[in-house]
Design a protein around this ligand. Sequence first.
Ligand code: ADP
Ligand code: MG
Length: 474
Amino acid sequence: MTTNCEEAWAKCLNIIQENLPKPVFNTFFAPIVPLELKGSLLTIQVPSNFFYEYLEAHYIELIAKTLHRVIGSDAKLEYRVVVSKDDVTERPITVRLPGGEIPKNITNGKRTIIKGDNEKIGVYSIPGVEPIQIDPHLNPDYTFDNYVEGECNRLARAAGFAVAGNPAGTSFNPLFIYGGSGLGKTHLANAIGLEVKKNFPDKVVLYVDANKFLTQYMQATRDNNRNDFIHFYQMIDVLILDDVQYFADKQGTQEVFFHIFNHLHQHQKQLILTSDKAPVDLNGMEERLLSRFKWGLAADLQEPDFETRIKILKRKTYKDGIEIKEEILEYIASHVTNNVRELEGTLISLLAQATLNKKEITLELAKGMIDKLVKNTQREISIDYIQKVVCNYFSMSVDVLSSKTRKREIVQARQIAMYFAKNMTKCSLAVIGNAIGNKDHATVLHACKTVNNLIETDKAFKQDLDEIEKRLKM
Ligand code: ADP
Ligand code: MG
């Protein structure tokens, strides 16, 4: 039984590791001890309550999907939290998470419950004649209260607040929020949704990630449910579409969204869109859709300045009831500068380190950790890593890249690996050729040309490449 449990957990870790940046994996998953596997119930031990809460809040979906794959669709999970001997107030708690089939409502107090396979349930199948009850899929933590104001987000925040007070009644329709990754787009978009719900409980609000919209649409087309899909979205009063850049080059989805957009706009419904680029810089989008995006207000989010970074850190520590010395916060704020997600990540790793080692949070601890983190984020993607990701994507083993075969798929995978190695590392063509299949620099050059040509002429190929690039940058 025990080996069974360890084996199962080892398999889970393999999958989880593939899906997470190394520091996150090491911090949160490496310390977990598998205790028991009874039928489909897996029990794991985590070092503290903080771990349990953090895992639940951030990785439950990944964990659930992994368990379903390894243990089966009826997999269940229990956490056991280690009690420290010197802390008698902390009791062992065992939490049972339901399996995956039925998507329960997302939150239950502060505890998240496995969301199930949202893609599959297809929210659009909900019939809706009377005032409809739709789970708005908003994150209850992403409120305006928790959204620190600074020079970097003043306009977007103010516009968002105005929209929430008067949905579709301002000239900010659509409200288009754009900015780099980790700067707070998703948070702000959610805050608007929550505020609308607070002001107008009867309004139907829906937050949807563009990727999810895409998947739903594809499924609806396959199941001949396209009309239901469209009708569902036409019932929404405030539609929040996150990361609309994912619609690039997806013509079918763009077209259907164009109709939904028009319908909502004509019926005085509010649209909120986010994107990692300004409308003018969005490639692969139909012109008529882009021009709609420009109808309302496009507001950007910038990198936070020092003062805002400090405020954000203070807000987080205050919210979590943790006290950290000012000098430590200042140290963090002056070293982690370009994105709020990293800022939070640093704070969280620091807390994790401190609970894990039962240490106090000191400036030394912070310094040590930031040194590591900064090194990690500046890490150059290695050629080995590129080969691994490319082969993984095409489900082939890395070894075949150095085989002599002329099989088309293998030659192409090799060329793609060379292409990314040239673009993402500082290695010379000779070094790249040597590392990938022991070829010369001319072969690498030729590979890059071939790949560039294909990107321009072959849509499916380009999609493969985009997906690989995304995985490389994860
Ligand atoms: P994006 O969608 O732009 O990639 P997110 O909205 O996911 O970024 O933000 C990343 C993290 O940073 C989230 O945890 C969010 O709560 C936090 N965050 C971003 N901006 C702020 C802010 N102004 N105040 C407080 N937290 C913020
Ligand atoms: Mg986001």
